[in-house]
Design a binder for this molecule. Structure first.
Ligand code: COA
Length: 158
């Protein structure tokens, strides 16, 4: 997969900075991803992180499995900076990278008890697909309770 040459995307409030990318051939799963820092626009103040996973146009069964259980996007905002809409802004900037990979929709999975994240997803206009239990092999050590809601976020109309 060819990664974008874009390094920093901005909406004037936050900057999304590509800090690392992974080609899908190592210890971090089969899907390539971008790991981005979220910064206050034009300032060296980091407020959170976002991961964007990219599946190929014709994903194989292992790629589909990781996508369904982990989603395309994961994010976190450091506590002092929460409640300012930064996670949603970062998702919208990440969608620009996803479009460069010809993706027209993104899956976002969220712990059913995570009201703040659910709100972020709702404000993006994503549609709930289903709830499911994440198998241990796809659980994040920071979020070990398995029940997840899966949302589909269309990004082709933005
Ligand atoms: C979920 C998270 C990313 C939301 O990011 P954010 O940039 O604060 O999102 P928003 O500013 O849009 O706020 C979302 C909701 O959080 C709640 N909220 C508001 N202020 C808050 C604060 N100071 N602290 C926590 N939650 C707050 C509100 O319900 C808000 O909804 P509203 O806009 O309708 O009032 C952030 O809370 C976080 O990093 N949590 C820990 C990691 C995590 O859960 N990641 C998501 C995994 S799927």
């Amino acid at each position: 997969m060819e990664f974008t040459t874009l390094k920093t995307l901005t909406d004037g409030i936050i900057d999304l900075v590509v800090e690392f990318h992974y080609n899908g051939h190592g210890n971090y799963g089969v899907l390539p991803f971008y790991r981005c820092g979220i910064y206050l626009a034009g300032a060296p103040v980091k407020v959170g992180n976002l991961t964007l996973r990219i599946q190929p146009t014709r994903p194989n069964p292992r790629e589909i499995e990781q996508l369904l259980y982990e989603g395309n996007i994961g994010y976190s905002i450091f506590e002092p900076y929460r409640g300012k809409g930064y996670a949603g802004r970062a998702c919208k900037l990440a969608a620009k990278i996803a479009r460069q990979h010809a993706l027209t929709e993104l899956l976002i999975n969220c712990n059913v008890e995570n009201k703040a994240s659910m709100r972020v997803i709702e404000k993006l206009g994503a549609q709930k697909v289903k709830e499911f239990d994440t198998p241990a092999s796809h659980l994040d050590e920071n979020d070990p309770t398995p029940r997840r809601a899966q949302f589909r976020w269309r990004i082709d109309a933005e």
